[in-house]
Design a protein. Structure first.
Length: 115
């Protein structure tokens, strides 16, 4: 299993970013996918999840209305569109899949929201 995140960077408050996670090594279309994040000095937290078919999503309360998770099963890729970014969104964002009770993680992509 390999998960490779991309799309992070420095953005001003109120700005937008789109993260991508390219997956390989497993049947992508058969598994739910999730995005997590970890801010400096804080625990890793769930950002959003999407079912294998992409027909249902869930979000942490602080992200609802600002973030959108989506997936393209033909491209084995899951996305996280982030709008109205705030300084408190600064974190390393990780892609996650859970298979047979084991969590797999990418190396993460850093998002910094600052003026």
């Amino acid at each position: 299993v390999q998960l490779v995140e991309s799309g992070g960077g420095l953005v001003q408050p109120g700005g937008s970013l789109r993260l991508s996670c390219a997956a390989s090594g497993f049947t992508f279309s058969s598994y739910a996918m999730r995005w997590f994040r970890q801010a400096p000095g804080k625990e890793r937290e769930l950002v959003a999840g999407i079912t294998s078919a992409g027909n249902s999503t869930n979000y942490a309360d602080s992200m609802k209305g600002r973030f959108t998770i989506s997936r393209d099963n033909a491209k084995n890729t899951v996305y996280l569109q982030m709008n109205s970014l705030k300084p408190e969104d600064t974190a390393v964002y990780y892609c996650n899949v859970r298979r047979y009770g084991i969590n797999y993680w990418g190396k993460g992509t850093l998002v910094t929201v600052s003026s």
